[in-house]
Design a protein around this ligand. Structure first.
Ligand code: ZN
Length: 205
């Protein structure tokens, strides 16, 4: 999988995140106009968050500071529940004032932290990469690689029993495979016709 594909996907993820944040800002502004108290609550929550951050940075653990932190925590809880109640009264989801991400596991970042605190790809990003590689390996070259461009001359007409464990030449063998494949396509809708199974070393197709 090339880095280019991953980079393109990550750019898409960034766009999704930006859009989710932009949409949230629009929702906020509309709702603030209708319910100004929500704007006040968010302002108070923001300043409480700044004070909390300053406290953590100062790392002061005096008794006075602990009391202050507890009071601040209580205030935050009260403000949060007031906010949720206002949303409820207006028949809005409690998450209405949070960004709507497509993937709630990674919040559209494409990465999550696993149990060992290691940053790993989110399942949504893995799935996208799988889809792309699947489409590439199965469909991408169909225009160039199909029965019309099939050339049996690429296969030797000399049997090589020691190399291929076959009495027939590689050319005869590939022509047999071609006719079986065409037969399979002809009978694709026939439920009684057997499936084809291609086997070989890893990486062969
Ligand atoms: Zn995800």
């Amino acid at each position: 999988m090339s880095n280019e594909i991953l980079n393109t996907l990550l750019k898409e993820y960034e766009q999704k995140r930006l859009k989710a944040e932009y949409d949230l800002e629009k929702r906020k502004q509309n709702l603030y106009k209708l319910i100004p108290r929500l704007s006040e609550i968010d302002d108070e929550l923001n300043s409480a968050a700044i004070i909390t951050a300053k406290n953590i940075l100062n790392n002061s653990d005096s008794i006075r500071n602990n009391e202050f932190t507890t009071q601040l925590k209580n205030k935050i809880e009260i403000l949060k529940s007031e906010k949720i109640n206002i949303l409820k009264q207006n028949n809005l989801d409690p998450n209405y004032l949070k960004p709507f991400y497509e993937c709630t596991i990674c919040n559209d970042t494409g990465y999550v932290t696993d149990l060992n605190y290691k940053t790993v790809m989110c399942s949504c990003l893995k799935q996208k990469l799988l889809d792309i590689s699947f489409n590439k390996s199965n469909m991408y070259n169909l225009k160039k690689e199909n029965f019309n461009t099939f050339d049996e001359r690429l296969y030797s007409d000399e049997p090589d029993l020691s190399k291929y464990k076959l009495n027939i030449s590689p050319r005869k063998n590939i022509l047999n495979i071609k006719s079986k494949s065409l037969e399979f396509i002809e009978n694709f809708d026939n439920p009684n016709y057997k499936n084809l199974l291609f086997t070989g070393s890893t990486g062969l197709r």
